[in-house]
Design a protein around this ligand. Structure first.
Ligand code: ZN
Ligand code: ZN
Length: 357
């Protein structure tokens, strides 16, 4: 059990008049308890209980010391046990994650916990998780170091005739070989015209000379994610490809300069967007500039056109502008960046000048 985190969460709940919470989102459950399996976490009166099933009982006891572990059996549901724990503690109002709990789970909870009021959590664990402690930063740094090392190794693999799928497989293989427990998200490799799809799925397209190849990938270490994108050229890039690359790099660097405590998410996003406008590409950057990275690959805070999130030391965010020209090419450059007390530091210092293979 992560006592300090649970207490911070309970203090936040108190402000909305809730004394307890029932949580289902795996990253929230893990952050508050350490438990990585399936089930619910019931937080009440400074204590936490994992409600799970036979498959995870031993893991829960090992991963979440200090938490009570309850196992469903004989047709008793997770929600019935959660309700029992709330009733036993005399809870009147319990918070839940309204973006996670299913309608069915909610109905079961309300049926079993008659008399207890359920309210969406106003402060969600995600808000507290946005500022990372040293242990979390260390895990993200290790994930980023593996990701950057895999990028260096993949350069020897990329050449005409190799498919996107083969590059993606090799990248994932390298990350595992370097010590990753898995990938943080499905690897993106987009060659040539496929590069205009920001979330392209690697397919059978063979890399050819004259293509830009965008790779977006990340390792996972101790549950924590890394997120890196690099675009390389195979053969000499033409004038348009060169112009796109230079613009994306400049937007990326300008935004990075603005990442610091106190900066507002939408203002950092606006810096990259304004620069692209001066290049004549106002609509070709159609996604947001960045997102928080942690136990989830996309989390708070956000760097987007509408984000009012204010950056704090200990946030880890991405800086990932891109230009996408349908039918022609695409380019994105992305770092995972730690907000420090006096600015920021990239955790993914892989080379950014255009690599021509
Ligand atoms: Zn990415
Ligand atoms: Zn990203």
């Amino acid at each position: 059990m992560k006592k300090e985190r649970i207490n911070a969460f309970l203090r936040a709940l108190e402000k909305q008049g809730a004394e307890a919470a029932v949580l289902a989102k795996p990253s929230n459950v893990r952050w508050l308890s350490g438990f990585t399996g399936e089930g619910l976490l019931v937080v009440v009166a400074g204590a936490a209980s994992v409600v799970t099933d036979f498959r995870y009982v031993e893991a829960a006891q090992r991963e979440a010391p200090g938490c009570a572990v309850r196992s469903i059996s004989g047709g008793v549901t997770h929600e019935a046990i959660a309700a029992e724990l709330l009733k036993a503690a005399g809870v009147k109002t319990a918070a839940f994650e309204d973006d996670v709990l299913t309608v069915r789970q909610m109905q079961r909870l309300e049926q079993a916990a008659e008399g207890i009021h359920f309210a969406p959590a106003k402060t969600r664990p995600e808000a507290l998780r946005a500022v990372k402690d040293q242990e979390e930063i260390d895990a993200i740094e290790r994930a980023c170091a593996i990701t950057c090392a895999a990028f260096e190794r993949i350069l020897a693999v990329i050449r005409p005739g190799v498919t996107e799928r083969a590059v993606a497989f090799a990248l994932e293989n390298e990350m595992r070989a370097l010590g990753a427990e898995g990938t943080a998200f499905p690897t993106i490799v987009a060659a040539g015209a496929n590069g205009s799809l920001p979330h392209a799925v690697p397919g059978d397209t063979a890399i050819a000379s004259g293509m830009l190849v965008t790779m977006d990938f990340g390792a996972r270490v101790d549950g924590y994610c890394a997120d890196l994108t690099r675009t390389v050229a195979v053969g000499q890039p033409d004038a348009l490809q060169r112009r796109v690359y230079d613009a994306v790099l400049e937007a990326h660097l300008r935004a990075m300069d603005a990442i610091a405590p106190g900066a507002c998410g939408r203002d950092v996003d606006a810096i990259a967007r304004a620069y692209f406008k001066t290049c004549g590409w106002e609509t070709e950057f159609g996604h947001s500039l960045g997102h928080g990275v942690g136990l989830d690959i996309h989390e708070e805070p956000r760097l987007s056109m509408r984000s009012t999130d204010v950056l704090e030391a200990g946030n880890v965010v991405t800086d990932e502008p891109g230009i996408y020209l349908p039918g022609q090419c695409g380019c994105r450059i992305e770092d995972s960046v730690l907000v420090t007390r006096d600015g920021c530091r990239s955790l993914t210092p892989a080379a950014k000048e255009l690599i021509i293979l």
